[in-house]
Design a protein around this ligand. Sequence first.
Ligand SMILES: *Cc1c(COP(=O)(O)O)cnc(C)c1O
Length: 454
Amino acid sequence: MTHAGADTPAVPVLPSGPDPLVARDRGLLWHPYAPLDGDAPYAVHGAHGTSLHLAAQDGTTFEAVDAMSSWWSAIHGYRHPALDRALLEQAGRFSHVMFGGLTHEPAVHLAEQLVALTPDGLDHVFFADSGSVAVEVALKLAVQYQLGLGRPRRTRFLALRGGYHGDTFAAMGVCDPVDGMHAAFPSLIAEQLFLPRPPAARLAGGQLVSDPEAVEAWIGALETMVAQYGDELAAIIVEPVLQGAGGMHIYAPECLAAARRVADDFGLLLIVDEIATGFGRTGKLFASHWAGIVPDIMCVGKALTGGYLTLAAMLCSARVATVVTNSPLRALLHGPTFMANPLACAVASASLDLLCASGWQGQVDGIEWGLAVGLAPARELEAVREVRVLGAVGVVELFGAVDVPAVTLAALECGVWIRPFRNLIYTMPPFVSTAADVADIGAGICAAVARVHG
Ligand SMILES: *Cc1c(COP(=O)(O)O)cnc(C)c1O
């Protein structure tokens, strides 16, 4: 892909210049977790392959290589001909119909694909319109399952510190209770139970390795917690092996395997939130594969449509579905207006076809190698606490908070788009990134951290 490489002259970049679009945006639009009068956004005027076309001060556009995949989603890059075609073809048939009482080929076909791709034993699919809603549906289903078994007291959830599961109220309740939004809405968020973050794991020779004593202690804490509170709990919910927006923490797969075992022992369901990790991102098709487990409920989203449209899915086992079907309620009590949107389903099917045909494993392994090499120099910087890589995810963790506008600008001047948060500068490039793209991303991140934080 063509883009401004790390060694091309610095591009003229504006954080809040005369771009008329940025001026119209200001004070009108909320951006994610940002005040209305927060730092000015950059205007995107196009995107192609792994490049974003952004506006420069003089009104011309310049290209930056996308290191974020639009938050994990654009795995095949922008304007992919196969995805564009799938979208247009479905628009030529019908763009949307209600899913109550009606069905259509895009939904059925995508559900069949998901059941085939996900770990064996996940046989039923609920389509939601965002990841947060898929998590809501998963939590609701777990409660309905326990109710169906005659256990109405089992309404709480066990989650992990450092977790992130979305922004709606039930999802917020299972996000990290300190870094999440619990403090802002104390009376509105149900009190759930939390275990510490599982011990860190690092890649060595293709395996995730961690301190066995720490793992054993964590599993002990899990067993104690569930033994004490099991009869109030409906399910355990985790992001498998990689916690994303809660801190980009990579943890020991043994802890995930233990959660599976303990859930079975105590009649809890295991909900695995693969919204960020699914579809190859961690070097396995699903991060659950790192522990060789099959959850009772799995949520997927983000990369599902290749970044084209908002769509998520909740999958569950036949055992769970049967209990609900045989209960007095019979139905899963959820049904969004835009459930199983045909445009989104059609693009998702095309995206999964591409994924399977594209040799994603080779792409992700190549990115993993490129990020490991490209980010390594950051280890020498005084501000850097740690550099870690898993699959097509690279993380540079600082000791202190990132100066987000300054680091973003410095990286853009190297031709790389990143969006740091807290003390983390991270990248999850599109799977179609070339070796040169990945090298530029590594160099851009190292240069930006060095320039701003030393
Ligand atoms: C992004 C994310 C969500 C929420 O998905 P939205 O589509 O933003 O609602 C939930 N869980 C995980 C792990 C995520 O990364």
